[in-house]
Write a new protein. Structure first.
Length: 143
């Protein structure tokens, strides 16, 4: 199999994992250098991972100081279907109108509107540029 076909299959698998109802985990770096992991809703669009969160959360504070992240997503249907990605947050985008949060609510809950709005909360999107992508190859379980 040539490199182009391998890359295409990797991209397709990543897109599929991020477009389904699979919980995503993002790791950021704390001030003391220790890792911090959070479960989040995210999607993959135009080659970037988009994570929705609220301004002021620990992951947001960590990213302002150090934009390096690691992201992992595993299929709910098959735990051997997974990807891990290392990259950097290259942009923090306002989601004041909740359009991205609503899109993810549809993906994860099958509902049109984000149901967890809190007064004075400012939603943001962490735009992550992948640098290293690992996709577990197809594995067949044997008896």
């Amino acid at each position: 199999m040539d490199v182009t076909n391998c890359r295409k299959m990797t991209d397709e698998k990543v897109v599929k994992l991020f477009s389904e109802k699979n919980l995503v985990f993002i790791a950021t770096v704390m001030k003391d250098g220790s890792p911090q992991v959070s479960p989040v809703w995210a999607n993959y669009e135009d080659g970037f991972i988009l994570v929705n969160t609220a301004e002021g959360r620990i992951k947001h504070k960590n990213i302002l100081r150090d934009p390096r992240v690691a992201v992992s997503v595993t299929s709910n249907d098959n735990p051997l279907d997974m990807t891990t990605i290392r990259g950097k947050v290259i942009e923090i985008i306002s989601d004041a109108d909740y359009s991205h949060a609503d899109k993810l609510t549809q993906q994860y809950m099958g509902r049109p509107n984000y149901p967890f709005k809190q007064e004075n909360e400012k939603r943001i999107i962490l735009k992550i540029k992948p640098e290293k992508i690992f996709v577990l190859p197809e594995l067949q379980m044997s008896d």
